[in-house]
Ligand binder design. Sequence first.
Ligand SMILES: Cc1cc2nc3c(=O)[nH]c(=O)nc-3n(C[C@H](O)[C@H](O)[C@H](O)COP(=O)(O)OP(=O)(O)OC[C@H]3O[C@@H](n4cnc5c(N)ncnc54)[C@H](O)[C@@H]3O)c2cc1C
Length: 453
Amino acid sequence: MNNDVNATWPKLPVALKKIAIDPTSDDYELMCSNYFVTGRPKLILRATTERDVIASIQYVKKIRENVSHSIPFSFRSGGHGISMASVNDGGIILDISQLSSITVTDAEQGLVQVQAGAVWGDVAEALRPFNLIISSGDFGDTGVGGLATGGGIGLLVRRLGLTIDHIVSARLVTADGEIRVTDHQKYPDLFWGTRGGNSQLGMVTAFTFKASKLVEEKSDISLPFTVQTIESQTSNLTKFIQQWQSWITHASSKMSSNLMLTAENRNTVHINASNFWAGSINSDAKALFKSALSLSEVNKQQLETKSYAELVKAPHIPHSGQQPVFVKNILLDAMNANIGDIISKILVSPGIIGIEMRAIDGPLNTINADETAWHDRKAKVFLAMWLQKDTEPHAKEVFGPLQDLGTGVYSSYSSDLSIEESQRIWPEETGRKLRKLITKYDPQHLFNQGHYW
Ligand SMILES: Cc1cc2nc3c(=O)[nH]c(=O)nc-3n(C[C@H](O)[C@H](O)[C@H](O)COP(=O)(O)OP(=O)(O)OC[C@H]3O[C@@H](n4cnc5c(N)ncnc54)[C@H](O)[C@@H]3O)c2cc1C
């Protein structure tokens, strides 16, 4: 790289030179994208230690203070952020993907220390020999840092709740360049805001999670997972959604269900359902899989049994901005009678890729709303609309009728970075509390990437 990143910026400290990448570096093209966009940053700092993270944040602070507070600063863990804020043009990216160690510190208690640059597929693989599982996302390449600061709706959400509900402590680098170990006793305010508040209070370098031991009854054998995938269609989406919700609500918490809805016209909606059963197939599972087939006109069904680690295996696909999309979502405490009609109409709008629905009822609903910065603790269903990036200008209008039905929004699954969206994610007391913490710990808004106020 050039010795001077930018003539107007303060000199790069010696300690950061070895981790700095600029547009003249060989690795630049490999490092300037995330999963959704390619950025053109002036500088990428690829941290390999927590000390690098601290030095990088201190350097960025200096640039902001000496040059301009508007120089973009992004940080990236797994690079799968639907906010797309982990890359930028003309600024700095702090990449911590090399901070990816996963250590089981107490197998009996299920305590696991995970650096925030790890990806969830690798976490599942590292925990497999211990029969431990942390419920995270459904795709192995998603990063620990982004998901575990936002929420974490995983394949076991109906059994184990959100990922953030299993965090025991988090190591957070705040805007003053200090490392703060946060938990229920130490910095409880930061600990509250780090679980659901995204990156607004600082950068997490590592989490300690309490993983769950999921084994066959009266044995030490890890649970198998059976996945039922169903390709089907319906001409009455409202009826299907009502029946699906009733089916999953009455099902054991061992069952999870995700749907992807698509349509070419308003008369027929195609449904790709993935139903996951955690455990050996018993009569309950058989009955549930059978009744799932009666909810729509089935074209194809497949049953497959795998370990959890196999289900969420990380393919480690390099990033090149390969998914140019825009995503909006809502949380729903209850299902509206018109939802099927609204979705059917949206599905035929230009640029729509599909609408995803997941049942999230269960342990998520048992945590008090003021325990974490995830606001909507009554949510039973998560719904997300994926559309082509070039139709983004119409996204809010298209999504409007669904937005009106929502009782909340999941921060880590929204590409809408407007203030209105932040107010929907963190409304009322949750928002007031977060803003107070930002004023206290990050008055210069160093971490104002992604959703902001
Ligand atoms: C294909 C795909 C599947 C997904 N599936 C699921 C799913 O099943 N369940 C689910 O809950 N979510 C899912 N997501 C959403 C995903 O969890 C979020 O987008 C998350 O932010 C990705 O984290 P990351 O570290 O990979 O992202 P990055 O792009 O690295 O970061 C995204 C943002 O998170 C914040 N952030 C990142 N690292 C840190 C850190 N160390 N400390 C503080 N803040 C940080 C920053 O604001 C950053 O801009 C999925 C996303 C994709 C692309």
